[in-house]
Design a protein around this ligand. Sequence first.
Ligand SMILES: [Mg+2]
Length: 216
Amino acid sequence: MIRAVIFDLWDTLVDFDPVAGRAFQDRVAERLGRDPDEFAALWLEGRAQRESGTLHDYLLNIGAPEELLDDLVTLRRDSTRSLLRPRCGAVETLEELRTLGRRVGLITVCSEDVPDVWSETPFAGLFDATVFSCSVGLRKPDPRIYRLACAELGVAPDEAMFVGDGANDELAGAERVGMRAVLIHRAGEEPPWDEVRDWQGPRITAIPQVLSLLAE
Ligand SMILES: [Mg+2]
């Protein structure tokens, strides 16, 4: 019996938007007086650090002047707030899962702007547990991040379903701790990640399809 459904965030509950991401990087590069292409490469390189610690530490590490830190974090929060728009049917599905007596969780690899603005998004209040990598210092597919989410939800891993687009090897990571893993990808397209191109487990192309998997 599946008692909890745990979701990934980017390209699962919301669209990851590389154009908006680059626009943000360009604005930061401008504020820092850096070349935009060089800065974009630097930003990409620092992903793991941003996703497991604070933005202040990351920005100091790349040489941002202390007096600009708060402005840069504000820029990042503004960008992220605009990106956290639920995909079609996502909010209704999260609500329905709870109506059906299931616990609802989130495990996302993200920087601290996501938890900073979370309560202002349409997702606020819809989860029984939210695990943000930057807040716990763990990233998928570390088994501890899945176990932490299950513990917060009060379920055993084999009572939980994990739904994600497969980035960070997250689906195999979920299976390794005993969860049931479900791949989500865009209808009519191949999954974008090599690790899941030949995924043999369940697949969905829209969040509401989770509900029919529960009935199986
Ligand atoms: Mg994702």
